[in-house]
Design a protein around this ligand. Structure first.
Ligand code: CA
Length: 679
């Protein structure tokens, strides 16, 4: 998400301007050794709690609640029979503990009891709200629920493991919205729009072809990257019969699965169990699960759980007027640089990794976070799962009180270990800017994007044959390892690949658009780095030209499974391309030094032609030499091959098993990718 949807009203700063330590600033070492201040923090004097028991600690004998709220004068815990409605059991006054913590100890078994908390601050009772650490909630996330997590596990869960990866570059990501996958009538999936929709096998479209989970397994992707699957605000979970759609970039309860994707949002355990069943079913097919996480802002601002319990603390403010920062363009931005916010994020990601066995995290608008937080996320998550993937959008959607040198920006990827950033350089280099429908890229006829594409091919790293001055956005390498970049050409934001090609090339025939489509993702799937596909792209997914479909109906967002039949040849092309990448480690080198040594571009005096070789069994590839030729022009090109016989495995838009033998000169088709090898 780069631009939102909820234009929430910024608050009037005066009411919440805190009294503590107004001028507190800390210093860090910035660029060139210059001292740079961290973001303004008027709450620097708040105590920090170092325990790991915030939220509920349940046992059959007792339940302990702990809530952090230094400014509170009183704290109430309310117990309810249900997640909504008028069914209060009782109200308990919490006890003040050291370090800003409030606690309540209940003797007896309170399993399946719902609860809320309410703080009294400056003599006023704030709104009753769910505990931000809640791990289960009732409908619409209004009340937490006391659960026994150990009992909410599908059969065989003890044997479930994340997907092991030798290197992050071995991953092939598939970005998917849970509802989109199954909601179309022709998906053949029973649990439409639900977590369980991803567990069904043997499902078929109207033409008898596989859909859903079986389709993804057949396609060969290694990880699904799920758009927000934690509890968000915008879909009313109490009306499952009403079709509702949202991407979900409006977080409500970070440690709880979204209720509208469960078969019963009113019962807290159901969504937990069904999320785990989904992870388990994907793992059984060898597919990992990456969660899109949105710790950078909350869906609500002053009504959020955070602001009702500790006003102001969880969000950044501008020093000049105390108003909330809005680098998310959604009305607020969280303050990952503050101790208890960073702690919250770290405890949340490690909870998902440990309890739900997820395989990684994609950080929305990651540059709203500070680099230190991201480095700590990597360390904490990899301690649980060494194969975990951590990547994010290395940009913000607006200015932030967090000084630029601290931000987890794309250009700072060099300073973060194990965090990958999305490459907008290759994305727009291949198919044109996302901000201009008419602009084209290398695959759609542009004559000035080949250097941006070459920069993407070498995983945005240092390589002697790249002229950085000619790269579209980045004038310097920003990775020290190919594991630090995610290459893609389309995602949920903006137009689908097909729609973008069509908007920018209204003159092109359908056949020509398909050639561009193939060339675009052939570049992505043969480039060094981590490749990423927008779900359905392999079936020529369309959103009928819509850019920002975050709240559009299913008719815009759903995957229409008959596309698989209508675009059979294209879909099979993608499947072959993925098989090729998986069979050939040369396309997945794990180190920049290996890329510098083994990847050599052929110098060509043609801005629409890119030719490179992967040499000497690169990364222990079974093929000695691989030659890759991308022709972005609409005319056939003649390419001189190095001496000897070559086997053409991809030529004239088609894959062929062992490949036809060629030598001397080779004609390459208009707008095409060609892949040859030699032993
Ligand atoms: Ca929700």
């Amino acid at each position: 998400m780069y631009k939102n949807m909820l234009l929430l009203i910024l608050f009037c700063g005066a009411a919440l301007t805190p009294e503590l330590n107004l001028f507190s600033q800390e210093l860090i070492s910035g660029e060139n050794g210059k001292k740079t201040s961290l973001a303004w923090n008027p709450y620097a004097d708040y105590p920090v709690y170092s325990g790991n028991d915030l939220g509920i600690t349940w046992s059959p004998q007792s339940t302990l609640l702990k809530v952090w709220s230094p400014p509170a004068q009183e704290m109430k815990l309310r117990l309810y029979r249900s997640g909504s409605g008028d069914n209060l059991i009782r109200e308990i006054a919490c006890t003040r503990e050291p370090d800003g913590v409030w606690s309540a100890l209940l003797m007896g078994d309170f399993r399946n009891t719902y609860y809320t908390v309410q703080a009294k601050i400056d003599g006023r009772w704030m709104e009753e709200c769910a505990d931000p650490y809640a791990r289960a909630t009732g409908v619409n996330g209004k009340r937490g629920e006391i659960v026994d997590l150990a009992s909410i596990r599908p059969p065989g869960w003890e044997n479930d493991r994340p997907v092991p990866l030798k290197n992050p570059t071995d991953a092939i990501l598939y970005e998917l919205h849970i509802r989109d996958l199954s909601v179309a009538p022709n998906s053949g999936i029973r649990n439409k729009g639900k977590f369980l929709g991803l567990t069904e096998t043997g499902t078929r479209n109207s033409h008898g072809q596989s859909t859903g989970l079986d389709h993804m397994a057949w396609l060969g992707i290694t990880h699904v990257h799920l758009l927000p699957a934690f509890d968000y605000c915008s879909v009313d979970e109490s009306k499952p019969e009403v079709p509702q759609f949202n991407w979900g970039y409006d977080p409500l309860n970070y440690n709880v699965p979204e209720g509208s994707y469960s078969t019963d949002a009113t019962e807290g355990a159901t969504r937990i169990s069904e999320f785990k069943q989904m992870v388990q079913a994907l793992h059984q097919k060898g597919i990992g699960v990456v969660m899109d996480v949105v710790y950078n802002h909350t869906g609500l601002t002053h009504n959020s759980n955070f602001d009702q319990l500790v006003p102001g603390y969880y969000y950044r403010q501008w020093e000049k007027d105390g108003k909330y920062g809005n680098a998310s363009a959604c009305g607020n931005e969280t303050a990952s640089d503050r101790a208890m916010v960073r702690k919250f994020i770290l405890e949340s990601v490690t909870y998902w990794a440990r309890e739900y066995h997820v395989d990684g995290f994609r950080f929305d608008l990651m540059a709203i976070h500070d680099m230190e937080t991201m480095n700590q996320v990597v360390a904490a998550v990899r301690a649980i799962n060494p194969s975990a993937l951590i990547y994010g959008e290395g940009w913000t959607a607006g200015d932030s009180p967090l000084p630029e040198p601290c931000r987890a920006l794309k250009k700072h990827a060099l300073k973060m270990d194990g965090v990958a950033v999305f490459s907008d350089d290759i994305r727009d280099g291949i198919k044109g800017s996302v901000f201009d429908e008419k602009s084209t890229g290398f695959a759609s006829g542009s004559k000035d994007q080949s250097e941006s594409v070459k920069f993407g091919i070498v995983a945005a790293g240092e390589h002697s044959q790249i002229d950085y001055a000619k790269v579209n956005y980045s004038k310097a390498p920003y990775t020290k390892s190919p594991a630090e970049v995610v290459n893609y050409v389309s995602c949920h934001d903006n137009q689908t690949l097909y729609d973008k090609l069509k908007s920018s090339r209204p003159d092109a025939t359908e056949e020509e658009l398909i050639r561009m489509h193939k060339l675009a993702n052939t570049i992505v799937l043969t480039s060094q780095g981590i490749p990423f596909l927008h779900a359905g792209v392999e079936m020529k997914r369309t959103k009928h030209g819509v850019h920002n479909s975050y709240n559009k109906p299913d008719s815009v967002n759903q995957i229409d499974w008959d596309w698989k039949y209508e675009n059979k040849e294209l879909t099979e092309y993608y499947q072959s391309l993925i098989s090729l990448r998986k069979a050939h480690p040369a396309f997945r080198m794990p180190a920049a030094e290996m890329i510098r040594k083994n990847l050599v571009f052929q110098s060509v005096d043609d801005p629409q032609l890119i030719i490179y070789r992967l040499k000497d069994h690169a990364n222990q590839d079974p093929w000695k030499e691989i030659m890759v030729i991308f022709n972005g022009s609409e005319s056939e090109k003649e390419v001189s091959l190095p001496a000897g016989n070559w086997n053409a495995v991809l030529h004239h838009y088609h894959f062929s098993g062992e490949g036809k033998t060629v030598s001397g000169t080779l004609q390459v088709a208009p707008v095409s990718a060609t892949i040859l090898y030699q032993n």
